[in-house]
Design a protein around this ligand. Structure first.
Ligand code: ADP
Ligand code: MG
Length: 622
């Protein structure tokens, strides 16, 4: 046995370097820690300056409370924090960070200079450090607040320095981190200057102005508000219209109690609401602020503190998802069919005697009640819709034996029955005959648009796109119960493809068959033996080729939603063309069917199906 143990306490400098590895990974991590400290210090303005994407210099200046000389020295110690005194504080904190290791970690891997002054003190303090050692501490003249300059990040850890990516990549991360803090704290003026160039200069203001400063004012018209309030959670913010969904470079932010966080699960809650109104390989932008009781979350689960554990994540997921659905249904493309039982004013009620824009069903207390019941109605509205859909589906599937798309084209009675069932479910008035839509209220314009009046304006429906949406919904219902029936080709069509492409087609055989397209693959040849009734063989060839192409490009994203993708393409091809003349009855029918669709505002490809020119806009014309 050897004398004495082999276990040694690590010297502080080593411990700090190890901790730094966790907290400080790149220039962006420094930005985050320093900005958060400034915000905790009550700053009203925070300026960030970087050189060479932060490699050479990161400087954060604030006008917060500053530090006394003692505190300035202390702040570089590991586990030095003014924000927590005992363990129970951990659960009540609303400040940004309380691990007390950011400054210690940064000092371990860079040359740091701090200048700081508290209100009322004549002189401030300057502290210099490098690689954990506190160097000079001296009085200095400096404005109230704190400026911290971090030079030559990882100067003492060459491996880490080499590990950094290109300037462009690091700078992207810096901007991203800056934006997360900027969007989480809209009441603070913030700016980011890189190599002498101002990248962002955002003044305090409302959420929308802040987002506009980030995404550009042009984008804000494509943002729709999202809102929900329950005992459990308060949600506010904006989500993008389906048109703005993109494959990459999408701005997506969640904030929980003013702190940025990542959540794959909440991301899904939002994206799920766009199902059927955006292509499967794109995602929308969102800026969503979630407020919960701090006691119901645990924020310190990851060193970078971007992951948060919720006590009741599932319920929040549901609330978030229905709030997003609700926003999409009435956002920007009003009037929506109103899901709220208490507020009927926006439902097109043509048959109802109307006077001065008021309808018989108008209820002066509706607004208050609506507000009080906001959440309840948000969720119930959708529940009602889905119950309606379910019932409709049942009616539908029991009466439809095999599907014939021709019937749909002529607005088959079953589909009509289905939509009436939904309508009844949603509008008990319809049952009592209060809502009676008169077909004389529809006009066709230049063979392309259906125009009708609604209480808050003139509605213009794109006939091709509307039909596209209606067909898609119908196909989807059918696919839930079986296959769309195909038509056998007398002479199977043979299409030559590369081995690889043919392979993709053979993988999709099952989904294609569901959509009425039967294919077999023989070597390099794809043999099409049946097509959906109304589709020409050339269109099916197109669909196959585009499908293969998109699968190669979009990879797993496209494949996971392939069923929807295929029927989306079918609906697009089958939808009635522009120029086709419509009778008043057909227009009314199209309108009714479109309005009963949960995703009536957009085609499956994300293009708007209708717009309303508001009464205000009309007034402004004169
Ligand atoms: P933490 O933020 O977790 O407390 P840090 O290492 O980030 O730990 O900071 C240590 C302490 O230094 C803080 O608790 C705070 O008292 C002080 N501090 C850091 N930055 C500032 C600043 N910009 N203004 C005022 N005080 C600061
Ligand atoms: Mg901190």
């Amino acid at each position: 046995m050897q004398e004495g143990g082999v276990i040694r306490l690590l010297p502080d400098s080593v411990a700090n370097q190890i901790a730094a590895g966790e907290v400080i990974q790149r220039p962006a991590s420094v930005i985050k820690e320093l900005m958060e400290n400034s915000i905790d210090a009550g700053a009203k303005e925070v300026k960030v300056v970087v050189q060479d994407a932060g490699r050479t210099l990161i400087m954060v200046t604030d006008d917060g409370c500053g530090m006394t000389e003692t505190d300035a020295r202390m702040s570089f110690e590991r586990h030095a924090t003014s924000k927590i005194r005992e363990a129970s504080d951990l659960y009540h904190l609303s400040t940004m960070g309380f691990r007390g290791e950011a400054l210690a970690s940064i000092t371990a891997v860079a040359q740091v200079e701090m200048q700081t002054r508290v209100e009322g003190a004549e002189l401030g303090t300057r502290v210099e450090t490098a690689g954990c050692e506190i160097g000079a501490v001296e009085p200095c003249a400096t404005p109230k607040g704190t400026r911290i300059s971090v030079r030559n990040l990882f100067f003492n850890i060459p491996a880490r320095r080499r590990f950094l990516k290109s300037d462009a990549t690091e700078m992207r991360q810096v901007s991203q981190e800056f934006l997360r803090v900027a969007l989480a704290h809209i009441d603070i003026d913030v700016s980011l200057v890189s190599d002498g160039q101002t990248i962002y200069k955002l003044s305090s203001g409302g959420i929308k102005q802040r987002i506009a400063g980030v995404v550009g004012t042009g984008m804000t018209q494509h943002l729709i508000p999202i809102e929900a309030e329950t005992d459990l959670v308060k949600i506010k913010g904006f989500i993008g219209t389906p048109e703005t969904a993109k494959k990459r470079g999408v701005e997506q932010f969640f904030f929980v109690n003013d702190r940025y966080m990542k959540s794959a699960s909440f991301h899904k809650a939002i994206v799920d609401a766009y199902k059927g109104i955006i292509a499967v390989d794109v995602t929308p932008c969102y800026f969503v602020y979630i407020d919960v009781d701090p006691q119901t979350i645990d924020v310190n689960v990851s060193p970078q503190k971007t992951e948060i554990k919720f006590d009741d994540e599932q319920s929040i997921w549901k609330i978030l998802n229905s709030a997003a659905r609700k926003s999409l249904s009435d956002g920007g493309i009003m009037p929506s069919i109103d899901f709220e039982s208490s507020e009927r004013i926006e439902i097109p009620t043509f048959g109802v005697g109307s006077r001065d824009g008021e309808t018989e069903t108008y209820n002066p207390f509706a607004r208050e009640r609506e507000q009080a019941q906001r959440f309840a109605s948000t969720v119930n509205g959708w529940e009602r819709l889905y119950t309606g859909l379910e019932k409709a589906e049942r009616t539908y599937s029991s009466s439809v034996g095999s599907y014939n798309p021709n019937v749909v084209e002529r607005y088959d009675p079953f589909a009509m029955e289905a939509s009436t069932a939904i309508q009844r479910e949603m509008f008990p008035e319809a049952e009592r005959g209060v809502i009676e839509i008169d077909s004389s209220r529809f006009w066709q314009h230049i063979g392309k648009y259906i125009i009708t009046t609604v209480p808050n304006g003139l509605m213009i429906i794109d006939q091709h796109r509307a039909h596209n949406r209606i067909l898609f919904d119908t196909y989807k219902q059918i696919m839930q119960h079986g296959n769309i029936s195909g038509q056998m080709l007398l002479y199977p069509e043979r299409v030559s493809m590369s081995q690889n492409d043919a392979c993709i087609v053979s993988e999709l055989q099952g989904e294609l068959a569901q959509a009425g397209i039967d294919v077999t693959v023989e070597g390099n040849e794809v043999v099409i033996s049946s097509t959906p009734t109304q589709i020409e063989i050339s269109a099916v060839r197109d669909i196959l080729e585009e499908l293969v192409y998109d699968c190669q490009q979009g990879g797993a994203d496209v494949r996971s939603g392939i069923g929807d993708y295929i029927i989306g393409r079918l609906a697009e091809k089958v939808a009635m063309p522009y120029g086709r003349e419509l009778t008043a009855e057909e227009m009314k029918d199209m309108y009714e069917k479109l309005m009963t669709s949960a995703e009536r505002g957009y085609t499956p490809q994300g293009k708007p199906t209708y717009r309303v020119v508001s009464n205000n806009d009309i007034e402004r014309l004169f």
